[in-house]
Write a protein that binds this ligand. Structure first.
Ligand SMILES: [Zn+2]
Ligand SMILES: [Zn+2]
Length: 170
């Protein structure tokens, strides 16, 4: 979803759009959008930059880091990005923008890709570990059983190596 900055006269320009999930490629094997994403906010044209801020909501299917079961996570992401053209970009500019808790993106000065904002923000907000529930027991390291669902007997049969060393002494 590309917004052409020359097609709207007034600033700020408010938008509320749905981005088809097919347009957002997270480039991750274990995270995919399950529904279309919603992005709303406003675009403010300034002299040397364009500010875009608002909220994104999306549902992402991923898997539990412990038991690998699929889980769906809902994201509500407030965001703020400042677009600057390569000519206007300096490190000072970036520092000034970051100070206002906004991110900096370089653009050509005429178009803003809302799908790309959604993609980046979801990736930035994807936790490195997600769990299906706080006390997920995960998979048994020996037999691979999902220990939330079944009790395998591996633990009981397991002999502490220190004890087996003692046994050998006898
Ligand atoms: Zn789990
Ligand atoms: Zn087991």
């Amino acid at each position: 979803m590309i917004v052409d900055l020359f097609t709207f006269g007034k600033s700020p320009f408010e938008f509320d759009v749905t981005i088809p999930k097919e347009e957002i490629e997270l480039e991750s094997d274990d995270a995919k959008l399950t529904t279309d994403a919603q992005i709303k906010g406003k675009i403010s044209k300034r002299i040397t930059q364009v500010d875009v801020d608002g909220d994104i909501s999306a549902k992402v299917k991923t898997e539990c880091s412990r038991c690998l079961q699929p889980i769906e996570k809902e994201f509500e992401i407030p965001f703020g990005v400042s677009f600057v053209t390569p000519e206007n970009y300096t490190e000072e500019k970036e520092a000034e923008i970051n100070e206002k808790d906004l991110q900096v993106s370089i653009f050509e000065g005429d178009k803003i890709d809302l799908s790309e904002i959604v993609r980046e923000q979801i990736l930035l907000n994807l936790p490195t570990q997600v769990f299906c529930k706080d006390d997920c027991k995960g998979l048994c390291l020996k037999c691979g059983a999902n220990r939330n669902l079944t009790r395998c007997n591996c633990e009981e049969n397991e002999i502490d190596p220190r004890w087996s060393a003692l046994k050998n002494l006898k």
